[in-house]
Ligand binder design. Structure first.
Ligand code: BTN
Length: 273
């Protein structure tokens, strides 16, 4: 049954399709394999665990685990990810070669930027390594987990959480740092169109990698981080400096006040300016 949510905006009534199902996503989806199989749950602890189990059992490449809400959504660096109903929480199973792993971080964030723009017209940018921001606030988080043994990738799971219809006033703890598509537009947003655009983009960029294409330059140009003063956390270590550039393997090059250059392979940054 399709549930229609009515939203009032500027005197008009918007009818926003807010129900999700595997069929609504896969129907006529213009991909070869990403999103051709979708497993949908109204409520789930985290799509990452189900995706990992599916991958271990040899699920088809491109299988998507999708949840309307997550009760124990996980973020990077062991943080929790707020995931109430009305947003997008999904994990995509891939079996990439080892050499693609650094590019997957770039691929996932660029696919989100492209799909948000295609579905809503909103422009977003990327905070290193792969947070997607609108007006300097986080609209999407990406968590990538790979099982690598003896230089072989058994599987990779790309987890993507997008704040679509998140009512920020209900979550004061994230109000200063987060935004949602509905908040930016002042109206409800169809998750279905964002998800379908996203799956098409993930596949397009993934296939481009296999034909030798590079997404490094576009990812670098989409970063809000470069040229800014940042505080970077990598493991237990905190670095401060100016984010000077990013290397092709995705690492961040930070210029310290003493002139030193530090390469940060994995971590998180806070913009200081
Ligand atoms: C981050 O910014 O820290 C990453 C957040 C990743 C959230 C997504 S939502 C779908 C998938 N399931 C999870 O539990 N986490 C990822």
């Amino acid at each position: 049954m399709i549930y229609l949510e009515r939203l009032l905006s500027i005197g008009l009534t918007y009818m926003v399709e807010n129900s999700l199902s595997a069929e609504l996503i896969t129907q006529d989806l213009e991909t070869r394999f990403v999103g051709q199989r979708v497993i949908y749950y109204p409520s789930l602890a985290s799509t990452m665990e189900v995706a990992r189990r599916e991958a271990q059992q040899g699920a088809a490449e491109g299988t998507v685990i999708l949840a309307d809400e997550q009760t124990a959504g996980r973020g990077r660096l062991e943080r929790a990810w707020l995931s109430p109903s009305g947003n997008i929480a999904l994990s995509i199973i891939l079996y990439p070669s080892l050499s693609y792993l650094p590019s997957l971080i770039m691929l996932a964030s660029l696919a989100v930027v492209h799909s948000i723009e295609a579905a809503t017209g909103l422009k977003s940018r990327i905070k290193w390594p792969n947070d997607v921001l609108i007006s300097d606030r986080k609209v999407c988080g990406i968590l990538i987990e790979s099982d690598v043994r003896v230089n072989t990738v058994n599987y990779t799971v790309i987890g993507i959480g997008i704040n679509v219809n998140l009512k920020l006033a209900d979550f004061p703890e994230i109000l200063p740092i987060a935004t949602s598509l509905s908040h930016e537009l002042g109206r409800g947003v169809s998750r279905l169109s964002v998800i379908r655009c996203l799956l098409v983009e993930v596949e397009r960029l993934y296939l481009a990698l296999s034909t030798g294409g590079s997404i490094y330059q576009e990812w670098r140009d989409s970063l809000v981080t470069l040229g800014k003063r940042v505080r970077a956390r990598s493991g237990e270590t905190i670095y401060e400096g100016v984010a000077e550039s990013v290397a092709e393997d995705g690492s961040l090059l930070l210029r310290g006040s003493d002139g030193s250059l530090t390469r940060i392979v994995a971590g998180d940054v806070t913009l200081r300016d």
